[in-house]
Design a protein around this ligand. Structure first.
Ligand code: FES
Ligand code: FES
Length: 175
């Protein structure tokens, strides 16, 4: 049995499958960016993405990620090691104070922006409604996500442009 964790394939053994997913991520994988705020599905600090959808790791077992793709905050950085533009937007907007909620908040926002790169402020608030922040008052967090949406739109435009060029080249070589 396999899973893809932050783009790397990992083999899972049978005895692991019933382990709590949050404990597995923190203890077995040593990916301690995923936080344990409440352990009972009330705070969102343990939020990770499974096949691009937000999941509270404290409420799942390892079985939930078999054959799927898990993304934790450690997998968000760009290939060159720099912060992802969404993470940078949190820094720039002052959306991080103690930082305990930030990994889960960033991943919830990433899931939203992957499917909607032009969200309204209401849609942003709805997407992060399961993520509690005790410090910021949410205003700066919503600002950060709104700012980062520009990056997701530019990525989409770039990939559509590349796709168009590939089609044009394919058409001209087939003539
Ligand atoms: S630790 Fe999972 S929701 Fe709080
Ligand atoms: S920055 Fe402290 S809980 Fe959100």
């Amino acid at each position: 049995m396999h899973t893809i964790i932050n783009k790397k394939q990992i083999t899972l053994s049978d005895p692991m499958l019933d382990k709590n997913l949050l404990e597995f991520i923190r203890e077995n994988l040593d990916l301690t960016g995923t936080k344990n705020g409440c352990g009972i599905g009330m705070c969102g600090s343990c939020m990770v993405l499974v096949d691009d959808k937000p999941v509270q790791a404290c409420r799942k077992t390892v079985r939930h990620i078999v054959g799927k793709k898990l993304l934790t905050i450690e997998g968000m950085a760009l290939a060159d090691g720099n912060l992802h533009p969404l993470q940078q937007a949190f820094v720039d907007a002052g959306a991080i104070q103690c930082g305990f909620c930030t990994p889960g908040m960033v991943l919830a926002a990433h899931a939203l922006l992957l499917k909607n790169n032009q969200p309204s402020r209401d849609q942003i608030r709805k997407a992060i409604h399961n993520n509690l922040c005790r410090c910021t008052g949410y205003q700066q967090i919503v600002d950060a996500i709104e700012q980062a949406a520009h990056y997701y739109r530019s990525q989409r435009n770039t990939s559509m442009h590349t796709h168009k060029i590939q089609h044009t080249v394919a058409d001209s070589t087939s003539q």
